[in-house]
Design a protein around this ligand. Structure first.
Ligand SMILES: CC(C)(COP(=O)(O)OP(=O)(O)OC[C@H]1O[C@@H](n2cnc3c(N)ncnc32)[C@H](O)[C@@H]1OP(=O)(O)O)[C@@H](O)C(=O)NCCC(=O)NCCS
Length: 181
């Protein structure tokens, strides 16, 4: 079995959009996401295409024998991102300043195909994307109670800042941060 990780900037990611969306469709074809418009494949495609325009966009894909089996994407956190701003003074001042200087990586949409989960791939994809970033801190948002991801992030060293929503119709997420080693 041939496993490899690839980094894609926005231009290169656009060319594999349909592969990225197909993986999402398989990963999120489970309760409680099925039938929820916020998690529909078309909603995801719109969010992904909007993300391409974020400064510093990048995706890391894991390919096994040529097919994408997992990925993550992210970008430099825009200091005025509404969910980030909504945390207010629950953010340490140093993080607010760092975001203002473009020094925080916003890690988004880590996913692995169901049949290949729990073999270390998610951790490898996570660590690979961060290892190639210049930002000193990573932030992410994870749905409260979304296991195994939520517990894994805490074991991997993340600290919860507070709860946010991405939209009125979205679930509640914990916003977390991880200083780079
Ligand atoms: C979160 C996700 C990407 C992890 O991928 P993965 O390939 O299973 O990740 P790993 O094998 O590296 O496991 C990560 C951790 O979760 C644990 N884990 C994974 N699957 C598990 C399971 N079925 N039961 C219990 N624990 C599990 C592992 O033990 C590991 O813990 P550790 O790092 O503390 O040892 C995957 O579960 C997924 O795609 N989930 C659906 C999408 C999602 O919720 N993404 C997160 C958005 S914030």
């Amino acid at each position: 079995m041939d496993l490899g990780f690839q980094r894609h900037d926005a231009k290169s990611a656009k060319a594999i959009t349909s592969e990225l969306v197909d993986v999402y469709a398989k990963v999120y074809d489970v309760p409680p996401y099925i039938g929820d418009p916020f998690f529909s494949v078309e909603s995801f495609r719109s969010r992904l295409e909007a993300a391409y325009d974020t400064e510093g966009f990048e995706t890391v894909t894991a390919r096994l024998d040529g097919r994408i089996v997992g990925y993550v994407h992210g970008a430099t956190l825009p200091a005025d991102k509404p969910w980030w701003v909504s945390l207010g003074n629950r953010r340490p001042t140093e993080l607010v300043d760092l975001a203002g200087a473009g020094g925080i990586f916003w890690l988004r949409e880590l996913m692995v195909l169901p049949e290949l989960q729990n073999r270390g791939l998610g951790r490898q994809i996570h660590d690979t994307v961060i290892a190639g970033r210049t930002e000193r801190v990573t932030v992410l948002t994870c749905i409260v109670g979304n296991e195994p991801a939520h517990g894994a992030y805490l074991r991997w060293g993340y600290t919860i800042l507070g709860q946010i929503k991405h939209a009125p119709e979205s679930p509640v997420y914990d916003a977390m941060y991880l200083p780079s080693c």
